[in-house]
Design a binder for this molecule. Structure first.
Ligand code: SAH
Length: 215
């Protein structure tokens, strides 16, 4: 099972139906994006049969692609509109960037990846699959200031606290969705306001640690 393009499509339909049934997807735009992006193209050959199971998968270099329900939850929380400019920290295999790109459109996603190999591979993969996403190798602690301000930003590796630069590069009223913490992590939503940064906490999560930083 899960070998022909039709099998992959059927498996993807079942997965997204299940995410909707379980209440992980609220926005129609998120649901459409999850139905559109071929997750099996983003995972290593040996793991393709598991591409439409709701769990994280290894993508090489000790890194993982997040479980589909986590991509769904984070994408919903970003509250994206077509045309929004979005910053991602942690490109990994590029799957989440592709999902966001389906919503905001070509050329609007800017993604920073620490590992040179993953940055190069995901840039090539995204472009081969027709996604116009900007990928840069670098340390996401600095964000990507050249294209700020962003309407939204999200982090797919866990810093102890969300880097200031990332929050500062998001416009007033925009959103930052990120895991925070080391052994115990929570998902937070930060909104820069006129007077400071508002903060909501959304439950326990588990992401790979964010590396680098300016110690
Ligand atoms: N969104 C990804 C999930 C990637 S896992 C996907 O859909 O596949 C987290 C990624 O964060 C890893 O690729 C890891 O190399 C990267 N990462 C870790 N520390 C980072 C940093 N300081 N800056 C940018 N990326 C970082």
């Amino acid at each position: 099972m899960g070998r022909t393009p039709e099998d992959f499509e059927a498996a993807r339909t079942r997965l997204v139906d299940q995410l909707v049934d379980r209440g992980h997807v609220e926005r129609a735009s998120t649901e459409r994006a999850l139905r559109a992006v071929p997750r099996h193209e983003f995972v290593p050959e040996g793991n393709r049969r598991s591409a439409y199971e709701d769990r994280p998968l290894p993508i090489g270099n000790g890194q993982t692609i997040s479980a589909p329900h986590m991509v769904a939850i984070m994408t919903d929380l970003l509250a994206l509109e077509p045309g929004d400019r979005v910053l991602e920290i942690g490109t990994g295999c590029g799957y989440h960037a592709a999902v966001v790109s389906e919503i905001v459109g070509a050329g609007n996603v800017y993604s920073v990846e620490y590992e040179a190999d993953l940055a190069r591979e995901s840039r090539e993969r995204l472009s081969r699959l027709g996604y116009d996403v900007h990928v840069r190798q670098g340390d996401g602690h600095a964000g990507w200031p050249e294209h700020a301000p962003y309407d939204a930003a999200y982090v797919t590796c866990a810093p102890e606290t969300v880097p200031d630069a990332v929050v500062q590069q998001v416009r007033t009223g925009g959103r930052v969705v990120a895991p925070e913490g080391t052994s115990r992590q929570t998902l937070v939503v930060l909104t820069p306001t006129e007077t400071g940064v508002s903060r909501e906490v959304h439950g326990r999560v588990r992401f790979v640690p964010m590396r680098g930083g300016s110690e």
